[in-house]
Design a protein around this ligand. Structure first.
Ligand SMILES: [Zn+2]
Length: 423
């Protein structure tokens, strides 16, 4: 069990009556009971070391002076907001992303979803200075992060242009590009596009994965999954589960048979010609004359591998080992493996008969199009893309059989192609 980052401060006094009223407001309604359930799984820690409220998946840090300035309905909103961070595992999903940017992105998604469900005159209501971006409702925090980053970079570029200094503009563009590929931790690298962002909001999520062992991280994942499942059960008993929380439940069904779908996708690529001259002997004995089937090898397959920092190594290994078996089975003439984060990092070619391998180390952000464009140069019969769907530059349908082999995609979909969830 983790210790709180900030200890409970007994000298501070929290308005308990307001706190309980806000909690009861959530707990008394079928539409919000799930959030109340999650709140009571967290340990309340009173501190002035956070400006407003913050959650790390185990502890709920509360600054009493922030509570003072809120109405009961506003406090209920912030409670639901913090519960949402936990349900969505925002404390475990940040990966390499900049903490400030991650908070803003996660808040955009949360507030957009909560604002959609809260519209009654007694419902919780968003306090002022909340991150308010209605477009984020259908986004995952990862995709919202990418969009905010892009918007911010465009804005910075625009500002550079307004200053009318072309030479400076070129220099700036270069620097930002470099920063994008590297780590986006605070204080590292020159290209943190979130640094100038004025928006901060309230109700932070704190990521403690750095101080956790692998076992502790797995435990934290399981705890979060269990919490959200129970919260949904509690809501179900009340007859209403908010759509946004339903989407947060880790789906067991989605993980079924991805290997089979991958196999079917691959075997469908085998061109099958009917040949009437070579009758199928199985049917000859029954007196009928059926055409024989000649199977030829698949031509060319391109496999794109997302090497962004958020990709799961175990999922990649599972995908790679299954792919290796399939490649050995269907014997394509040529396989191109393209490793890509925001740009193509490495390309490996395998001819029929070569020993097929896949391995990748983690990198920066995610872009799809550089890998897809590189894949199309090989004139492939099919493209398989292994990714967490953490980008939106799908571009136009490449017009060849396309399979997204995804991991941890949090409801993100693609405008074309088939999709499997690799566990
Ligand atoms: Zn937040």
């Amino acid at each position: 069990m983790l210790k709180p980052i900030f200890p409970n401060d007994d000298t501070l006094i929290i308005d308990r009556s307001k706190w309980l009223k806000a909690y009861s407001l959530l707990n008394s309604r079928s539409t919000t009971k799930a959030w109340a359930y999650i709140i009571q799984t967290l340990r309340l820690t009173v501190t002035d070391k956070v400006d407003t409220m913050a959650v790390d998946g185990y502890f709920l840090y509360v600054n009493p002076s922030f509570i003072e300035g809120l109405s009961v309905r506003e406090l209920a909103f912030v409670m639901a907001h913090e519960a949402y961070h936990v349900a969505a595992r925002h404390h475990l999903r940040r990966a390499w992303r900049n903490p400030k940017g991650w908070n803003i992105a996660a808040d955009a998604v949360i507030n957009a979803n909560l604002n959609e469900t809260f519209y009654g005159f007694q419902d919780p209501v968003m306090p002022k200075d909340g991150i308010d971006k209605p477009w984020a409702r259908s986004y995952t925090a990862e995709l919202a992060y990418e969009k905010l980053k892009k918007d911010q970079q465009e804005q910075q570029q625009q500002q550079g242009q307004d200053e009318g200094d072309d030479a400076q503009q070129d220099g700036q563009g270069q620097g930002q590009g470099d920063g994008q590929d590297g780590d986006e931790q605070q204080g590292q690298g020159g290209g943190n596009p979130f640094e100038d962002m004025k928006e901060q909001g309230w109700g932070d999520v704190i990521d403690r994965t750095d101080e956790m062992s692998t076992e502790e991280q797995i435990e934290a994942e399981e705890k979060a999954a269990k919490t959200v499942k129970r919260a949904v059960k509690v809501a179900q008993q009340q007859g209403h589960v908010p759509g946004c929380i339903k989407e947060l439940v880790p789906s067991d069904e989605a993980k079924q048979d991805w290997r089979e779908v991958l196999r079917t996708f691959a075997s469908n690529l085998i061109p099958t010609d009917y040949c009437w001259h070579k009758p199928d002997v199985r049917f000859l004995s029954q007196g009928s004359y059926m055409p024989g089937v000649i199977k030829e090898n698949v031509g060319r397959i391109a496999i794109c591998v997302d090497t962004s920092g958020s990709i799961s190594q175990p999922a990649l290994e599972a995908f790679a080992s299954e792919t290796r078996e399939i490649v050995e089975e269907i014997k394509p003439e040529h396989v191109t493996v393209i490793y890509c984060d925001t740009k193509v990092q490495r390309v490996e070619e395998f001819e029929h008969g070569d020993d097929f391998r896949m391995e990748a180390e983690g990198g920066g952000g995610t872009r799809f199009r550089p890998a897809i464009d590189r894949a199309l140069e090989t004139d492939p019969d099919a493209i398989i893309y292994f990714t967490d769907m953490g980008a939106r530059d799908h571009g136009e349908d490449p017009g060849v059989p396309f399979l997204w082999a995804t991991y941890d995609r949090w409801g993100a979909t693609a405008p074309y192609g088939e999709m499997i969830d690799v566990e």
